[in-house]
Design a protein. Structure first.
Ligand code: IVH
Length: 706
């Protein structure tokens, strides 16, 4: 049966339609404006939908009357570019996870020792539910909501302002707020709303969501804010970013202030005096988990004193003053159908369990990691028994678990259900992708393919890493596209990304004929590639995908060597025993393993040649040291002896925050040695080399930290 509205229209003459149309268009436009710009919807959603349906029906019956700028033309017509980008004024971080009570005790102890707190000094923490949604940053200027952005990679997120405005829990105006206030929190969907949404989706024959978190993320990231508006999203505020003045001097006080300003804050947020109180609140929250009506996946602890939070500061991506205490993982039993081997970027052969699909905590799981050959055999990498020595075989019944977002794992195996004919798994010693020998070096838990870049799996994985978010992050060139381009032989190594346009740009024809590619998307891709030719040094070092070089070690190397030329030259020259090797090891956070791995990539061979081909296409931005106005920025500092005013860890973090490089040993490159009581050989070496030596007080005075 056709739409009742359409039938009604069939009774409408052309003249009547012509007469009705302008008024209808104006009403829809006014409703849109009220909704989006004036922040004050004037008609109900149902009335709005009815208006729009009538307009669409008239247009369908009299297509020539349809105005090109009709509001119906804008519905669901997703702008091709997607969301705009937003640089976060203050990075949006993630949280370190803890699972056991010991992990939490460790967390408290680490903070105490970093701060050098005596046992009798209290260290209160807040404890609150960890909401399982997606984080959002709201920027208020002079009390008006001016921007909303998703977390993205922490530094740059997506502009979802229009969508955020449709969430009832998010105030559009604040009274009595600081001039600049960035409020951060979690967008989520309640169980009831999730169930109703899925029921509606089913009814309409549209896709349903696996869990409330996916539903919330899918709803917030709609290019058409109308769709977001129709989805029942909620928001809890629990943190902040940039501020023109502090909200309070405690975490607890700041949350109370956000509540007073009109935000929803979680009622289970509690101030805990000590570890037992934190753990007690964790258990209390866990006991209520099933009846809260929304998903939580743990409890977040935060040091309450904001001055202490400031002193504790951050690691690469997580604060030292907070921890997520995750709930135990969810478990399920299923049949392991097959063990497959995946070959990674560094050649690691990783066994993957292909499972009969099973629901674990609301998500359907059909793959799980088996870690490595020892894990399958029932022993740890050190040779000790795990799972009481039970091995895992194809066809076995296995217990699968997942904790949070992490890849599902296999915890246990049921020997009673094992087929007597099942055979122990024979781990391959040849790479399944390229046939090269796969060897296990001493002390390595992992067997690796020795094929290097001739191994297609390694080459593709390296490319995927290269374009990943924390590396080159080229819009329109994700893992899927890279894989397809590799298969077709268009992009075999990173350098070829930058020659793609030269090789295929002229015709665009081939690219255009690929599934999902048109003139516009090809052009967009070339532009996105062009944009990333200019790349910061740290990102490039990370993007190379050298084993052991993660984001934070790449940043360490970049801030030490500052330019590509210096870095590459040093890596080429560094071999054990050379001054370049010593210099590399003097960087705090660089050990022998990392040093061996990063220098190997620069020794003569195919890997180095590929790096050279790549950098020929790039403009590499020198690393900049933070806080260049500080009197110690760019200087290399070594701490030795006992520090009395702060712990070594804090001294190091503060020096780095001021732009100094902190090294572990004294060399001719050292600018300042900060020597506390008990300084020994380092002080002597500094004296021999004529390095400036300061005591702790003089250092604090120099850096303005006294
Ligand atoms: S605080 C600097 N508090 O968990 C610390 N995060 O796994 C900022 N999350 O990215 C985060 N509930 O999206 C904080 N009560 C809570 C939270 C919470 C959920 C999310 C947040 C964060 C992620 C880290």
């Amino acid at each position: 049966m056709s739409d009742p509205q359409e039938q009604e229209n069939l009774r409408l003459s052309r003249a009547e339609a012509e007469a009705e149309l302008p008024g209808l268009v104006a009403r829809v436009e006014a409703a849109n404006a009220a909704y989006h710009r004036l922040d004050a919807p004037e008609i109900s959603d149902a009335d709005y939908d009815a208006l729009k349906r009538r307009l669409a029906a008239i247009e369908a019956n009299f297509p020539d009357l349809k105005r090109p700028d009709s509001p119906t033309a804008q519905v669901g017509a997703a702008p091709a570019e997607g969301f705009g980008k937003v640089s976060h004024a203050v990075r949006m971080l993630s949280l370190e996870n803890g699972f056991s009570e010991e992990d939490i005790a460790d967390f408290v102890e680490r903070m105490r020792s970093y701060l050098g707190l005596a046992a009798e000094v209290p260290l209160a923490c807040t404890a609150e539910p960890k909401i399982d949604g997606l984080s959002l940053s709201l920027r208020y200027e002079n009390g008006r909501l001016v921007q909303a952005a998703t977390r993205g990679d922490g530094a740059v997120g997506e502009n979802v302002t229009e969508n955020a405005r449709t969430i009832a829990d998010i105030p559009h105006r604040l009274t009595g707020a600081p001039e600049l206030l960035e409020v951060r929190g979690e967008v989520y969907m309640s169980h009831a709303d999730f169930a109703a949404l899925n029921a509606r989706q089913t009814e309409r024959g549209e896709k349903t969501f696996a869990n409330p978190r996916n539903a919330a993320a899918g709803s917030l990231r709609q290019l058409d804010a109308r769709i977001t508006a129709a989805r029942p999203l909620k928001f809890f505020a629990y943190a902040w970013g940039a501020l023109s003045e502090p909200l309070s001097d405690t975490q607890f006080g700041a949350i109370a202030r956000l509540k007073a300003l009109g935000f929803q804050t979680n009622p289970l947020t509690l101030l805990c005096a000590d570890l037992p109180a934190m753990l007690a609140h964790y258990r209390a929250i866990e006991a209520q988990r099933a009846t809260l009506g929304y998903d939580i996946d743990g409890v977040v602890y935060k040091a309450n004193d904001l001055a202490l939070q400031a002193r504790l500061g951050f690691r690469a991506t997580t604060p030292r003053w907070a921890l997520a205490h995750k709930f135990p993982a969810e478990l399920a039993w299923t049949r392991l159908e097959k063990i497959e081997i995946q070959v990674g970027r560094t050649g690691a052969l990783s066994p993957v369990a292909r499972l009969a699909p099973v629901t674990v905590g609301g998500v359907v799981v059909s793959n799980a990691t088996l870690h490595n050959e020892d894990y399958i055999a029932g022993r740890s990498s050190k040779g000790a028994e795990i799972r009481a020595g039970k091995d895992i075989r194809e066809g076995d019944w296995v217990q699968v678990y997942r904790a949070g977002d992490v890849i599902p794992k296999v915890a246990d195996v049921d020997l009673a259900r094992r087929d007597p004919a099942a055979q122990p798994y024979d781990f391959p010693n040849l790479c399944p992708e390229c046939g090269s020998e796969a060897i296990r070096e001493e002390g390595d838990a992992v067997r690796r393919c020795t094929g290097g870049l001739i191994c297609p799996a390694q080459a593709v994985e390296k490319l995927k890493h290269f374009v990943s978010r924390a590396a080159f992050d080229i819009e329109g060139l994700g893992a899927k596209q890279v894989e397809a381009f590799y298969k077709d032989g268009w992009i075999r190594e990173p350098a070829e990304i930058f020659t793609l346009q030269a090789r295929f740009g002229a015709g665009l024809q081939q690219l255009k004929n690929r599934e999902g590619w048109g003139d516009k998307s090809a052009q967009n891709l070339f532009e996105a590639i062009e944009e990333k030719r200019k790349i910061p040094l740290a990102k490039l070092i990370f993007a190379l995908g050298i084993r052991h070089v993660g984001e934070s070690s790449a940043a360490l190397l970049a801030t030490h060597y500052l330019s590509w030329a210096r870095f590459a030259e040093a890596m080429r020259a560094a071999r054990p025993g050379t001054p370049e090797w010593e210099e590399l090891l003097s960087i705090d956070g660089v050990g022998e393993t990392l040093a061996a791995s990063v220098t190997a990539a620069f020794h003569e061979g195919p890997e180095y040649e590929a790096i050279q081909r790549l950098v020929a296409h790039l403009i590499i931005e020198d690393a900049v040291l933070p806080a260049s106005e500080s009197p110690v920025s760019g200087l290399t500092v070594v701490f030795t002896g006992t520090l009395e005013r702060m712990t070594r860890a804090e001294a190091k973090a503060r020096a780095e925050a001021l732009g100094a490089k902190v090294a572990g040993s004294v060399s001719a490159k050292t600018d300042i040695l900060v020597a506390g009581p008990g300084a020994g050989s380092k002080a002597k070496k500094a004296a021999d080399l004529g390095v400036k030596v300061l005591d702790e007080e003089a250092w604090l005075a120099l850096t303005g930290l006294a």
